[in-house]
Design a binder for this molecule. Structure first.
Ligand code: UDP
Ligand code: MG
Length: 320
């Protein structure tokens, strides 16, 4: 068996400012790794154009024309980071022995790939890129991210702290991942469920090389909420518990009210009554909201829509 074929999978959305700066780095890395005899020279860089509105796809196409190490797939429309990444991984699954996924903005230290490949060659199927420092992120992003990981852990979802989507996956890990059919994708929660031997490689996260983050606060919150509700049903259970607690308290309150009535105090109780109504109304609404969130997810899953549609590629897919 020769050296493994590596595919570096890179989702790109409106990255015309970034691609010309970072594409060369990826190329150099793949050539260096091949020269060091760690990977095959059939290794490739696979860009996924996630329905960009700017010149991203044109840039990818001209890169692919200029150098055979570059390849591109184009999605039929914007499907979001997670789906774009999955599209790339599923394309690479049939072509590569091992993949590394990374963002195209230069924030994740590309030199960590050497250690990832070493781990793979030592027998690992999954290698997580973990950020050892996040000084370049704002205080706000750091704290909210930390809170998010803590909530996920507390709710029983197995996520690797400070790991985003920079990771190595072997072919059989990809085949495992392909068996997960969910539409509400949260890859960093799914990959640990695939199993196999895994390890971590540490790196420092840098500033975005150009352009702007596609994850403003609103999207970050939605992402976190999606992550939690697609990986854990504990919130439903918490609501049941809260419901039981509130019912018990209300039951005691009813008894107390009855006793005061029987003992003969005239009840002036408007305040307590209105409080109870508000409180119970609030708890119920919260409960319905959370349940609705899950029902919505079930609705989406039952439709089983395709998670991505590839409209174009820069290469012919070789027949296996
Ligand atoms: N991205 C994508 N589709 C989207 C949004 C983002 O493919 O709808 C890509 C983007 O081009 C980048 C990666 O996902 O390569 C991470 O996005 P970004 O850097 O904006 O997120 P951040 O690093 O700020 O969390
Ligand atoms: Mg980024």
């Amino acid at each position: 068996m020769g050296n493994p074929i590596l595919y570096i999978v890179i989702p790109c959305y409106n990255e015309e400012a970034v691609l010309p700066l970072t594409s060369g780095m990826f190329l150099k890395k793949i050539k260096d790794l091949a020269a060091a005899g760690k990977i095959s020279d059939k290794s490739r860089i696979l860009f996924v154009n996630d329905g960009s509105k700017d010149k991203t796809w044109d840039i990818i196409r001209s890169l692919a024309e200029a150098d055979e190490h570059y390849r591109g797939v184009c999605l039929s429309r914007n499907r979001g980071h997670q789906n774009a990444l999955l599209a790339g991984l599923m394309t690479a699954k049939d072509l590569a022995d091992v993949t590394i996924s990374i963002d195209c903005d230069g924030q994740d230290d590309i030199n960590a790939m050497d250690a990832m490949i070493d781990e793979y060659l030592a027998g690992m199927d999954v290698v997580y890129g973990v950020r050892s420092k996040r000084e370049t992120d704002t205080w706000f992003k750091r704290t909210t991210a930390e809170g998010f990981y803590k909530v996920m852990k507390a709710l029983g979802a197995d996520v690797v702290f400070n790991h985003a989507d920079y990771r190595l996956l072997s072919k059989r890990a990809l085949e495992g991942l392909a068996e997960f059919r969910e539409v509400n994708l949260f890859l960093r929660g799914l990959v640990p469920l695939v199993g196999y031997r895994c390890s971590s490689v540490y790196y420092e996260r840098a500033e975005r090389i150009a352009g702007e983050s596609h994850y403003p606060l609103k999207k970050m919150l939605a992402f976190a909420f999606d992550g939690i509700t697609s990986l854990s049903v504990k919130p439903l259970r918490l609501i049941t518990l809260a419901g039981m607690l509130v019912s018990a308290v209300s039951f005691v309150a009813i008894i107390v009210t009855l006793i005061t009535k029987l003992v003969g105090f005239t009840v002036t109780g408007w305040t307590s009554m209105i409080c109870a109504i508000y409180f119970l109304g609030g708890v119920q609404l919260l409960g319905i909201g959370v349940i609705g969130e899950y029902v919505g997810k079930i609705y989406n899953e039952t439709k089983a829509r395709p998670r991505f549609i590839i409209s174009e590629t820069t290469f012919e897919k070789e027949k296996p």
